[in-house]
Design a protein around this ligand. Structure first.
Ligand SMILES: NC(=O)c1ccc[n+]([C@@H]2O[C@H](COP(=O)([O-])OP(=O)(O)OC[C@H]3O[C@@H](n4cnc5c(N)ncnc54)[C@H](OP(=O)(O)O)[C@@H]3O)[C@@H](O)[C@H]2O)c1
Ligand SMILES: *[C@@H]1O[C@H](CO)[C@@H](O)[C@H](O)[C@H]1NC(C)=O
Length: 320
């Protein structure tokens, strides 16, 4: 299938169209055997990634999705049948701003009269850890937006994205480091055996969103745990070793070591703590605050394997 222009096809408004999650949603919708019209949002429709979407038949709309721009945000959703919403915490690293922007998106989609909202939320860490972890702002803000969405009166589904495979490639996080003897260490505060839901976000996130849109009844109020494969950190290290023919060993480090390594590389302390407390939460309570059974049933195709990601990704900056 391709993207439809038929007036009978529902219009899906996709926030973050040029990004990882929104891009994956557009890919899955365009590969579905159902017909969709797609409206994609970006701040800059002239940039290459936006132009590529226009060429595919996506109606690209230029809009800055911030509270100061409320009127245009509302206009952008007019006529949409469903909305996919994602907030980008890392744009500003400000929990209150993420909450305000998330609520704005929900208000605007509701005002447009959409039949359903899909929001990319995350776990309520402070609540689920009973106050043990209070600084995982990039999770708790999204959880608050999801709560607002569930109370909005519009059918609402929270499709939570797992831990991106791309995080292992991140030069900022630097989860993999080199030893002087030429072997490598994958390190974090996470217990070696703790299972983490990993996702190849570009390939697989959209499959879960598409499944929600194509369910016989819009699954109002449900939480969907979008991931490609559940693996422990120990197993991630083993698969990196095997797939790349390197020696990669997993090492659990302390809270102090992990936060210091981030601040030394320029992360503000508050952000380093946000990230490391998050990892401690995953290790202790599960990334989703629980360990939902893995099921690929009903997805457009089976999700990808981490071993395929290992083979396809460019690891040159990590394994220097
Ligand atoms: N890393 C992980 O493991 C992980 C796991 C789960 C969830 N997340 C969450 O994923 C979110 C980011 O999603 P992503 O990975 O899809 O992001 P991404 O690939 O970095 O793309 C960000 C998208 O947001 C759009 N955007 C940002 N600010 C905007 C604004 N003011 N107005 C309009 N559009 C705006 C960008 O559009 P333009 O630049 O084209 O305007 C772009 O399409 C973060 O909140 C993060 O916490 C991350
Ligand atoms: C939009 O993207 C084009 C093409 O990449 C770039 O030349 C231009 O500076 C961008 N505009 C803004 C406001 O960022």
């Amino acid at each position: 299938m391709t993207i439809s222009t038929a007036v009978s096809a529902p219009i899906i408004a996709v926030v973050g169209a040029t990004g990882a999650q929104g891009g994956s949603v557009i890919r899955a919708l365009s590969e579905s055997n159902k017909a969709y019209r797609i409206r994609g949002f970006t701040r800059n429709i002239t940039k290459a990634s936006a132009q590529a979407l226009t060429a595919q038949g996506v109606e690209m709309v230029a809009v800055n999705l911030v509270v100061e721009n409320r009127h245009n945000v509302y206009s952008a959703f007019v006529g949409a049948d469903y909305a996919f919403l994602v907030t980008n915490f890392w744009e500003h690293a400000d929990k209150q701003k993420e909450i305000a922007e998330g609520k704005l998106l929900i208000d605007a989609a509701k005002a447009a009269g959409v039949k359903g909202i899909i929001f990319s939320g995350l776990t309520a860490v402070e609540k689920l850890s009973k106050g043990k972890y209070t600084k995982v702002f990039h999770f708790d803000g999204k959880a608050e937006v999801a709560e607002y969405g569930r109370a909005s009166g519009v059918p609402f589904v929270d499709v939570q994205a797992g831990f991106y495979n791309d995080n292992f490639l991140s030069e900022g996080l630097q989860l993999v480091t080199k030893n002087s003897d030429g072997t490598f260490i994958l390190s974090s505060v996470i217990k070696p055996s703790a299972v983490i839901p990993l996702i190849d976000v570009e390939k697989d996130y959209g499959l879960y969103v598409c499944q929600v849109l194509e369910a016989p009844i819009f699954p109002d109020g449900s939480v969907v745990y979008a991931r490609s494969e559940d693996l422990s950190m120990e197993e991630v290290a083993r698969q990196l070793s095997e797939g790349l023919s390197k020696t990669v060993t997993y090492q659990q480090i302390t809270y102090e070591e992990a936060t210091q390594s981030l601040t030394k590389r320029g992360f503000p302390e508050i952000t380093a703590i946000d990230i490391v407390e998050g990892f401690l939460f995953f290790s202790e309570f599960g990334y989703y605050g629980r360990y939902p059974a893995f099921s690929a049933e009903g997805l457009g195709r089976p999700p990808s394997r981490f071993s395929d990601f290992v083979k396809a990704a460019d690891w040159s900056k990590v394994f220097l």
